[in-house]
Ligand binder design. Structure first.
Ligand code: GDP
Length: 195
C-alpha cells in the first residue's frame, strides 16, 4: 500500500457522525497501552496522527482516519483500564456493539494483543465477542521487538491457544519500532477491503 494521503476525520460518538463515503472500514481493538496508536502511526507513516498514550478510558468515541480516499481505519477506545466506571464500560459496550452489528462498510477487525503476555480476560472476551459477529479478523501481536526472536513461536502459540483462534484466523507479529509485520498487514488489509 502506497500511502499518499492520511487524515483524521472525526471522533464519532454515534452512528449519525459516521462518514457516509461508503469506503471500506478496518476497525482496531485492543486494551489501553497495547500499542494501537503506535501501530496506526506506523501503518500510515505518520509520527503523531493517532495520539499515543491517550488518557486511558476517557475516549468513548470511534476515531476515523481516512487513507488515500480508499479506506478508513476506525480506532476503538482502548479497553481494560481498571479505573473506568461501570457506566462508562457499559456505554463503551453499547457503542461498539451498535457499530459492529450494523456497519455495512466494516470489512475487517484487527485485534491487538501484547506479544509479551498471555491474553488478558478482557482480550479473550473481546475476541469472542468479535468472533461472534462473524466479521473477518486478524489478531496482531504487538511489540515484537520486546521479545527475542527465539521466543516468538512460544508466545504466538500461547496467544492462539488462549484466544481459541481457528487456524484460518491470521496472527501477525508487529513492531512499531522496527516496522516488522507492516507489509504483511497491509497486504491482508488490502485483500479484505477489496482495494
Ligand atoms: P495505545 O494506548 O494502545 O494507543 O498504546 P500506545 O501506542 O500509546 O503505546 C503504549 C506504549 O507502548 C508507548 O510507550 C509506546 O511507545 C510503546 N509501544 C507501542 N508499540 C511498541 C512497539 O512495537 N515496540 C516497543 N518497544 N514499544 C511500543
Amino acid at each position: 500500500m502506497k500511502i499518499k494521503q492520511t487524515e483524521f476525520v472525526i471522533s464519532a460518538v454515534g452512528p449519525s457522525q459516521y462518514p457516509e463515503d461508503g469506503l471500506p472500514e478496518v476497525a482496531l481493538a485492543g486494551r489501553s497501552n497495547v500499542g494501537k496508536s503506535s501501530l496506526i502511526n506506523k501503518m500510515l507513516l505518520r509520527k503523531n496522527l493517532a495520539r499515543t498514550s491517550q488518557q486511558p478510558g476517557k475516549t468513548q468515541t470511534l476515531n476515523y482516519y481516512r487513507i488515500n480516499e480508499e479506506l478508513f481505519f476506525v480506532d476503538f477506545p482502548g479497553y481494560g483500564y481498571a479505573r473506568v466506571s461501570k457506566s462508562e464500560r457499559e456505554a463503551w459496550g453499547k457503542m461498539i456493539e451498535r457499530y459492529l452489528r450494523g456497519r455495512e462498510p466494516l470489512k475487517l477487525v484487527l485485534q491487538l494483543v501484547d506479544v509479551r503476555h498471555p491474553p488478558s480476560a478482557d482480550d479473550i472476551r473481546m475476541y469472542e465477542w468479535l468472533a461472534h459477529y462473524g466479521i473477518p479478523m486478524i489478531v496482531v501481536a504487538t511489540k515484537a521487538d520486546k521479545v527475542s526472536r527465539s521466543q516468538w513461536p512460544k508466545h504466538m502459540k500461547i496467544i492462539r491457544q488462549s484466544l481459541g483462534m481457528p487456524g484460518h484466523v491470521p496472527l501477525v507479529l508487529f513492531s512499531s519500532e522496527t516496522g516488522q509485520g507492516r507489509d504483511d498487514l497491509w497486504s491482508m488489509i488490502e485483500q479484505a477491503a477489496g482495494i
